[in-house]
Design a protein around this ligand. Structure first.
Ligand SMILES: Cc1ncc(COP(=O)(O)O)c(C=O)c1O
Length: 386
């Protein structure tokens, strides 16, 4: 048993695997024929990669998506033997362990094709590859002028049996903004890339372009497979998108803590570093034992709220590394050990990650993903907790 760095009775993130599976089922209902890839990179957006991956597989998910080779290998080491795609690695990373572990690898250049061919030779296996084209995000992927070279190199390697080109793929820039002009530009570019790949003699089984927002709202971008991350964790890519798609998503993570201290303070007392908040009248404050080291954004200081009792308590003053202060009110009947909920599904009046995103001028993705490794996770699964 690994020692937990925070006692789960003091603070923890509850991960509702029933909600996770329900979200997956709801997304399946929306995307129709397209296959679902559940993206579990970044520790499953903070929810715990291995547990979420296992739950997704148990729900029949054929594909998992990760960013780094290390994430893919961690899945394999945990016994996952399904289809996994890894799409981000450095110029000096050896692709051999991925090919040896039967992980699909994204390639975007003739140089990367050569590296996959070398890995195939060492492992005496065909490397399974997804060719990444840049259709307008200007991030990873071959730019249009380089598609021809990429496809030609891959076709040659496929002919000699070193590679199998499983897919052509790309990533959307602004699918979460309904009506954004980039979507049609990117879909048209993707069509051109797929046609060029065909003309180069490639016959990939899969074309994939859409993330959660694309999967929810853009039938024309779903193609054969959709790569769904945030929506599977029950957080909308942007407020209102689930309703637009007619889908109910349930947030999977609830972040809770118990007050480590409660104290009355007089009018004029400064609270937390810098005294950026001083009590206008006598009041009571509670100490929440989570801070920016645990992923609570420092931007939340003086802005966010937590659920306390039947209502909400505002965060007062700056967020510290390990703790933050909330105001419970002048006549609060609170004892140390009382529970606060920082965010959750919202049905008991607690804030959601989406609300924290507004308070912190960010996106729900960042709120859940940055909840740190120090915070213990507890998994709720069909009535059991582990
Ligand atoms: C290449 C790629 N595909 C899919 C996703 C999943 O996106 P979302 O969480 O919006 O579904 C990500 C996430 O950042 C990504 O980088």
């Amino acid at each position: 048993m690994v020692t937990e760095l925070i006692d789960p009775g003091t603070a923890r993130a509850d991960i509702d695997l029933d909600a996770f599976r329900a979200n997956i089922a709801a997304l399946r209902g929306v995307v129709g024929e397209a296959t679902l890839m559940v993206v579990v990179k970044a520790d499953a957006y903070g929810h715990g990669m291995l547990r979420c991956a296992a739950a997704a597989r148990a729900a029949g998910v054929e594909w998992l998506g990760v960013a780094t080779p290390g994430e893919a290998i961690a899945l394999r080491e945990a016994g996952d033997d399904g289809r996994v795609l890894a799409w981000l690695y450095g110029v000096n990373e050896d692709l051999t362990p991925l090919v040896a572990a039967d992980v699909d690898v994204s390639l975007q250049s003739p140089d990367q094709v050569s590296r996959a061919v070398a890995a195939a030779a060492v492992t005496e296996r065909r490397a399974r590859v997804h060719l990444k084209v840049d259709t307008g995000l200007s991030r990873n992927g071959a730019e249009p002028a380089g598609w021809g070279e990429l496809f030609a190199a891959a076709a040659e390697a496929e002919q000699v049996g070193a590679l199998e080109v499983v897919a052509v793929w790309s990533h959307l820039a602004a699918a979460d903004e309904p009506g954004h002009p980039s979507v049609e530009v990117q879909v048209a570019a993707f069509e051109r890339a797929c046609a060029e790949a065909r003309a180069a003699g490639l016959r990939p089984q899969l074309r994939h372009l859409a993330n959660s927002a694309g999967a929810l709202l853009l039938p024309q971008a779903r193609y054969d497979l959709v790569r769904v991350g945030i929506a599977a964790y029950g957080v909308e890519p942007a407020p209102g998108l689930a309703a637009l798609a007619g889908v109910e998503l349930r947030p999977v993570m609830t972040l809770r803590a118990t007050l480590a201290n409660v104290k009355p303070i007089p009018a004029g007392a400064g609270v937390s570093y810098g005294w950026v908040w001083t009590a206008p009248g006598r009041t009571t404050v509670g100490l929440v034992p989570l801070g920016y080291a645990d992923g609570i954004p420092r931007h939340a200081g003086n802005r966010a709220e937590v659920a306390f009792g039947a209502g909400r308590a505002p965060v007062r003053g700056r967020i510290c590394m390990d703790q933050l202060v909330v105001e419970l009110g002048p006549d609060a009947d609170a004892e140390p050990g009382a529970e606060v909920v920082l965010f959750g599904p919202g049905d008991a009046g607690e804030p959601t990650a989406a609300e924290w995103a507004v308070w912190c001028d960010t996106i729900g993705y960042e709120i859940v993903t940055r909840i740190g490794a120090r915070v213990p996770r507890r998994y709720l699964d069909q009535g059991s907790v582990s």
